[in-house]
Design a protein around this ligand. Structure first.
Ligand code: ZN
Length: 190
């Protein structure tokens, strides 16, 4: 895995010691690794920041972005876990790019909610943050698929796929059972 990282950086004439910031969108093991290679970098892992050996607090939870420079910031986008972040990069040739981790798993999850909701700790919060990102992002780099341009109908908020599930516990003769009710709504404006 670290060979992939090194060759990827080399393509841009970079090496780990030249990297100033490393961001892990959330703590799942398929999204974090080899942080020790980047010994000169400020590390942001979910809502946690480390500068060298110093652990720093930042109020991501209150919605305050962490600014890396004028065009790059790290914002809180929880739902998949309780403390996910996304990296927002403005003024690129792909427009505004959002590196979202598993807030979006792949392009297909715009239409098929099961692709992201089954892995979500808090689907409502995740849905909210997905909508917020779709409002301003031109391009999304998702957690498990290739980069994609935000389709126009989503970008203009003409279309939104929502899914609600409600579970209730019912008492029956053979004990209690959980009944789930779900509704799936596509909102389209013309
Ligand atoms: Zn994950």
């Amino acid at each position: 895995m670290y060979i992939l990282l090194l060759t990827g950086l080399k393509k841009y004439d970079l090496s780990p010691d030249k990297i100033e910031f490393v961001v892990c969108t959330h703590g799942h093991s398929d999204h974090v690794g080899n942080l020790n290679l980047f010994s000169n970098a400020i590390h942001i892992v979910s809502h946690d920041i480390c500068v060298g050996d110093t652990y720093m607090l930042h109020d991501f939870a209150k919605g305050i972005p962490y600014e890396i420079d004028d065009d790059i910031e790290v914002v809180s986008t929880p739902g998949h876990t309780g403390s996910d972040v996304s990296v927002i990069v403005r003024n690129t040739k792909h427009g505004t790019v959002a590196v979202t981790g598993d807030l979006f798993e792949r392009l297909e999850d715009l239409e098929d909610f099961t692709l992201w909701q089954e892995n979500s700790e808090n689907p409502e919060a995740q849905q909210y943050n997905r909508m917020e990102v779709l409002k301003f992002a031109d391009t999304i780099i998702p957690g498990h698929g290739p980069m994609f341009a935000v389709p126009n109908e989503y970008k203009q908020q003409l279309k939104m796929v929502m899914y609600y599930e409600q579970s209730t516990v019912e008492q029956g003769p053979s004990g209690s059972k959980t009944v789930s009710e779900s509704s799936y709504t596509i909102i389209e404006e013309n």
